[in-house]
Ligand binder design. Structure first.
Ligand SMILES: C[S@@+](CC[C@H](N)C(=O)[O-])C[C@H]1O[C@@H](n2cnc3c(N)ncnc32)[C@H](O)[C@@H]1O
Length: 202
């Protein structure tokens, strides 16, 4: 008798509400990872020389079934919660203080571009010395600029920023060439002694 293969249950079958609960870090991490896998696959299929419309459709359906970017952002912001140690901005702020950048006699505030901002006020404790521009592909708050970083005007922004934060953003970009472009653009729009804060997940 031929063996019947058991159909695997996609991890994305996890209930979104359950997975997004702050008390369930394992599930939200699993779904975030699944998003990364799907986004990567979507990018590969879009760039493949022979289009596979069916496979691409399946991937896009699963991304939608998961709740798309809105749910991905919600889960990511759960990971930034104080009950999980807070977001990576805490680390950046401490490093800037350690570098002596909080007290710069007679200088203007540091201009920080926060790409992939899930909250509008991550740097609220530093408004006296940091001027932050939070931005994201999909803005979750009127104070977050809705903008694709890759489409920023390079000429207008050249050398303009003292600090750029790309925290857990590069992972999100499916095409390796776009990841490279992201880093090159960041380099170009940073001031000559500007700082890039880059955080990636494994
Ligand atoms: C994992 S979340 C980021 C989280 C947050 N920065 C942190 O460190 O926890 C990634 C965010 O990057 C945003 N993003 C990805 N590519 C982007 C791009 N090209 N321009 C602007 N935002 C982007 C996504 O929309 C998403 O909200």
């Amino acid at each position: 008798m031929p063996k019947t293969r058991k159909k695997k249950t996609p991890v994305t079958n996890t209930s979104i509400d359950k997975a997004s609960s702050s008390s369930n870090p394992h599930s939200s991490r699993t779904v975030i990872r699944r998003f990364h896998v799907l986004l990567k696959k979507q990018g590969q299929l879009k760039n493949a020389p022979s289009a596979n419309a069916k496979e691409l459709g399946d991937v896009e359906r699963e991304i939608n079934d998961l709740g798309g970017l809105a749910v991905y952002q919600r889960m990511s912001s759960v990971g930034q919660g104080n009950d999980r140690g807070g977001g990576s901005e805490k680390v950046l702020i401490q490093w800037l203080i350690d570098m002596g950048l909080r007290k710069r006699e007679g200088k203007e505030k540091l201009k920080l571009l926060e790409v992939g901002a899930l909250k509008p006020d991550n740097y609220r404790t530093c408004t006296s010395w940091i001027d932050t521009t939070p931005m994201d592909l999909r803005s979750r708050h009127p104070s977050i600029l809705e903008q694709d970083f890759l489409l920023m005007d390079e000429g207008e922004n050249r050398g303009r920023w003292d600090i750029i934060s790309l925290s857990l953003v590069v992972n999100f970009v499916p095409d390796p060439r776009d990841r490279g472009r992201m880093l090159c653009l960041a380099h170009s729009i940073l001031a000559p002694d500007g700082l890039l804060f880059l955080a990636v997940s494994n």
